[in-house]
Structure formats: C-alpha cells, structure tokens
Design a protein around this ligand. Structure first.
Ligand code: B12
Length: 215
C-alpha cells in the first residue's frame, strides 16, 4: 500500500470504529517510514472530523463518539513516544500552563498540543480538562509561566477563555503572561475579540506560535 492509501485506510478505520484496523494502519505507516505527525494530521484527524460530522447529522451517537476517542488515544499511545524521541528535548524555551477550560471534557487536541510543545522544547504543566480560571492563574503564578494555553471545543465554554483574560486584567497581571487559545470552537475572530496573544488551528502551528511568543 502506498502512503496515501495507508492514510485513507487509517481515516476510514477510525470512522468504522475498528480499533484493530486503526492500530494496524498506524503500524504499517510507521514501517513504511511515515512521520507520526503525518499519521495524526492526515489520517486520524480527518477520520475524527468525519465522526464529529456524523454525530451532528445523527448518523453516529455519543457512545460512538466515545469509542472513536478511545481508539484515537490507543493510536496516540503508539505515536506519542515516537514524536518525543524524534524531538530530542534538550532546550528549555519556556514554561506553559495548559488545560481545557471549565465545563469542557475534550482532551485529545490539548494532549497533542502538549506533545508538540514539549517536542519544541517547552516545559508544559498540563492541568487536564474542566479547569477553572482560578486554577489556571494559580498554577501560572506558581511556576512563573511564560504562556497560558487554553483549549475549548464547545461554543458554550468559549467564554471561559475571555473570563481568564479579564481576571488577569482585573488583578493587574495581564502583562505577565502570553495567552494562547485554540480548540475546535475557537476562531481568529474570537481570539481577536478577547485580545489573546495567539490563536492557531493545529497543534503543529501552536508550537510554532509559542516559540514566536517567547522569542
Ligand atoms: C471526541 C469527541 C468527544 C469525546 C471527547 C473525548 C476526549 N477524551 O477528548 C466525548 C465523547 C467525551 C465528547 C463529548 C461531548 N461532545 Co464532543 N466531540 C468529539 C469530536 C468527535 C472530536 C474532538 C477531537 O478530539 N478532535 C480531534 C482534536 C485533535 O481536534 P481539536 O480538539 O480541535 O484540536 C486541534 C486544534 O483545535 C488545536 N488545538 C486544540 N486545543 C488547542 C489549544 C491551543 C491553546 C491551541 C493553540 C490549539 C489547540 O490542535 C489540535 C490538533 O491539531 C468533536 C467533533 C470535531 N470535529 O471536533 C465533537 C464535538 C466537539 N463535540 C460536541 C458535543 C456537542 C459534545 C457533547 C456536548 C455531546 C453530548 N450531547 O453530551 C459532549 C460534551 C462533554 C463536555 N462537557 O465536554 C460538538 C461541539 C459543538 C459545539 N461547537 O459546541 C462537536 C463539534 C461535535 C459536533 N459536530 O456536533 N465529544
């Protein structure tokens, strides 16, 4: 199978919720010399987006979305160490406090952002999911973070990104931290509106944007 076929088969296997086939395609891709990031961005992600579209159209339902997420995470368990190996983590570019905002349980995108920030040379404090504003700020102050990075996948939880920026403004410490926002619900327009310092729509570009922010 050529690389394009492997990516298509990988994507389709995730849509079919066929874990064995997903892991087989990941393995085949790696054996064919494909980059782990390519398998994620061009195989697993398009599959996950299709699952999301089918959920919206009532073709798939919540348990199926959960299976897709679990299979995605199994594939990441194979790919993540390979990405970190290739990164060689010797520098320390800065410190990032990362999390998914209050009310939001989506973790997959945040986890990929974490891996790529670490690969780029950042120390990342991952606060997990459903993180309230106070916890973000408390941790950022404790570790003297350079960047606070917030993920939001639900339109209803987006406001929590704005709340954090307003809380920093309220206590007069907005200038101490750069703020990055991302996740499926975020747009450049929203990022501009809340005066975040950076928004990107992929984890790869998030790592690049973070490097610019601390340069
Ligand atoms: C998997 C999934 C779930 C899983 C999550 C499991 C997990 N451990 O994460 C489960 C089943 C739990 C779930 C639950 C729900 N979900 Co859901 N889910 C999805 C799905 C299919 C995929 C999300 C995902 O992981 N994508 C892959 C990752 C890699 O993409 P990503 O998160 O966008 O991240 C990339 C970029 O955005 C960026 N990025 C991410 N974070 C950050 C942060 C920063 C700082 C930066 C710079 C960049 C960045 O980098 C990443 C990699 O490139 C999406 C559909 C979709 N197409 O996104 C729906 C979706 C997000 N879910 C949706 C909904 C409605 C729900 C539920 C409300 C359903 C329900 N009725 O209960 C619940 C909400 C639970 C809660 N309180 O959070 C809607 C949201 C609609 C909206 N706009 O508000 C979506 C869009 C589906 C749809 N089309 O309707 N979900």
């Amino acid at each position: 199978m050529n690389n394009k076929n492997i990516l298509n088969a990988l994507s389709q296997a995730l849509v079919d919720l066929n874990q064995d086939a997903v892991l087989k395609q990941v393995q085949e891709g790696l054996e064919a010399g494909m980059k782990p990031l390519e398998l994620i961005e061009e195989g697993l992600l398009p599959g996950m987006n299709t699952v999301g579209d089918e959920f919206e159209q009532d073709i798939k339902f919540l348990p199926e979305m959960m299976s897709a997420a679990m299979i995605f995470q199994e594939a990441m368990a194979i790919l993540q160490p390979k990405i970190l190996e290739a990164g060689g983590k010797s520098r320390n570019l800065g410190t990032v406090v990362l999390g998914t905002v209050k009310g939001d349980m989506h973790s997959i995108g945040k986890d990929i952002v974490k891996i790529l920030l670490e690969t780029a040379g950042f120390t990342v404090h991952d606060l997990g999911i459903d993180v309230n504003t106070f916890s973000f700020i408390e941790k950022a102050e404790e570790v003297s973070a350079d960047i606070i990075a917030m993920s939001a996948l639900l339109t209803t939880t987006l406001v929590n990104q704005r709340d954090l920026i307003e809380a920093l403004e309220g206590q007069g410490t907005r200038d101490q931290f750069k703020i990055m926002v991302g996740g499926g619900a975020v747009t450049q327009a929203w990022s501009d509106e809340i005066k975040a310092d950076a928004y990107t729509d992929t984890a790869f570009s998030a790592a690049k944007a973070a490097q610019k922010l601390v340069a």
